[in-house]
Design a binder for this molecule. Structure first.
Ligand code: FAD
Length: 408
């Protein structure tokens, strides 16, 4: 009998952790496993804001996939998935290839939600992928260089839309990096303005009130202009139009929400903003051999509460998804997924952070330290102590071949 074919799409948090768990669980020759990803590297999505601001080395954030998986057990294919054919049990790639599967894991992550606001798609910068984040940094550098020629103040006005988790983390990195760039280009720092625009009345919606007031005060002290209760109506390459007027800026970094990858919708399945509802075993209810994890999945904790799109959720779903595929192959019982919230911590530069762990609101330098522990824990899951030592002590691991250009 042919060996069952398992195909995993996407090697972000959900995809890589599912793959690594399958690597451990499957007996030799029990199944063929193929991991397909757009790039030859796995990027640490939760650190992309650092790439956007130029505060982290590329090769600490983009790690070559073949160094993270056992290539004797897992076949890795670098390709972009262009469509899903559930009738034929096939995945179609941009190179025209069709890959058949017996079991499919879709872990293609998120796409940026623009809410149809004019100009956002074309002109705003997005923290979507390694490349799109790198494009932000290149653009920022260019603004400093161009300012020396035309002295246009719009070049030194940097607007971040959204004061949720990602927006605040991005602002924090800009606060850390821009003074260094100003000094490098001999530009007085008081010429630079960082603006954070948020439609809600407060920063960090959903966080504890004490965490919100701490963050607001800290950003004010850092010189960030915080514009809450402000709606963005339109943008182009020279300005952002908000309900209270126009802001002259050549940089709008958009971090106002995400939706699931569009491939399920394109395959004719019903989704909620691109997110595919999964059952308690992480399968698509109508397609029992198709699993979905991470930001692409809609997992309902109860009738009304979907799990949020976080790395934490993807990391907990990956191992259960792998266990359930192995159980399906072996004809044993599948395991329901239960989410355990371990807290969340948003960084505000390398030196401060804010969040909640268990019952406790944490702030400041201690929270920044906790954030580093969380990131180190993830590195441990990916590559054990060797990867942590390589990253933290001996510096960058061997460099991923990454070209920076706008887009995905
Ligand atoms: P992803 O990590 O996005 O991986 C998807 C993968 O699919 C990528 O490798 C991509 O290249 C690949 N892919 C996409 N399309 C295709 C295609 N057509 N063909 C082939 N491959 C494709 N969450 C937290 O819990 N804590 C945090 O502190 C936190 N901070 C964040 C900070 C930032 C700046 C951002 C952007 C997000 C943050 N998140 C955080 C959210 C978290 O990163 C996501 O929830 C998590 O990455 C979801 O994992 P995933 O595997 O579903 O998708």
């Amino acid at each position: 009998m042919d060996k069952p074919k398992i195909v995993i799409l996407g090697s972000g948090y959900g995809g890589i952790i599912t793959t690594k768990k399958l690597e451990k669980l499957l007996k030799s020759g029990e199944a063929d496993v193929t991991l397909i990803n757009k790039h030859s590297y796995h990027y640490i999505t939760t650190q992309l804001h650092k790439i956007g601001a130029g505060t982290a080395q590329d090769n600490k954030i983009a790690l070559p996939i073949e160094e993270l998986i056992d290539i004797a057990k897992i076949k890795f294919k670098k390709a972009t998935v262009s469509s899903l054919d559930f009738d034929q049990n096939q995945v179609l790639l941009d190179n025209g290839e069709a890959i058949s599967y017996d079991y499919l894991v879709v872990a293609l992550g998120f796409q940026v939600e623009t809410f149809g606001i004019p100009g956002i798609n074309e002109h705003a910068f997005k923290i979507r992928s390694f490349r799109s984040s790198k494009a932000i940094y290149h653009h920022i550098q260019k603004q400093f260089t161009m300012y020396q020629e035309d002295h246009d103040p719009a070049r030194l006005t940097f607007a971040v839309a959204g004061a949720g988790f990602t927006g605040i983390e991005m602002v924090g990195e800009l606060v850390e990096k821009l003074p260094k760039l100003a000094k490098h280009h001999n530009i007085p720092f008081d010429k630079i303005q960082i603006i954070n625009i948020e439609a809600s009345p407060n920063l960090l919606p959903g966080f504890e009130p004490s965490a919100v007031s701490y963050t607001t005060e800290l950003l004010n002290k850092m010189g960030v202009k915080v514009m809450t209760s402000t709606k963005i109506l339109e943008c182009n390459e020279n300005y952002v139009k908000v309900d209270s007027g126009e802001i002259a800026t050549k940089t709008l970094i958009w971090s106002c929400g995400v939706r699931g990858h569009q491939l399920f919708e394109e395959a004719g399945l019903k989704t909620t903003r691109g997110k595919m509802e999964v059952d308690k075993f992480l399968r698509i209810p109508t397609l029992k051999n198709v699993f979905c994890v991470g930001d692409n999945a809609l997992f309902m904790q109860d009738e009304k509460t979907p799990l949020p799109p976080t790395a934490q959720v993807a990391l907990q779903q990956g191992p259960i998804c792998a266990e359930n595929i192995v159980a399906a192959i072996r004809g044993t019982e599948l395991k329901p997924f239960h989410y355990r919230h371990q807290g969340s911590v948003a960084s505000i530069s390398d030196y401060f952070a804010v969040g909640k762990v268990g019952k406790f609101v944490i702030k400041g330098k201690f929270a920044a330290f906790m954030k580093q522990i969380i990131e180190a824990k993830y590195l441990f899951c990916l590559g054990g102590p060797t990867l942590i030592i390589k990253q933290l002590v001996t510096g960058p691991i061997s460099s991923a071949k990454v070209t920076a250009k706008q887009g995905q």
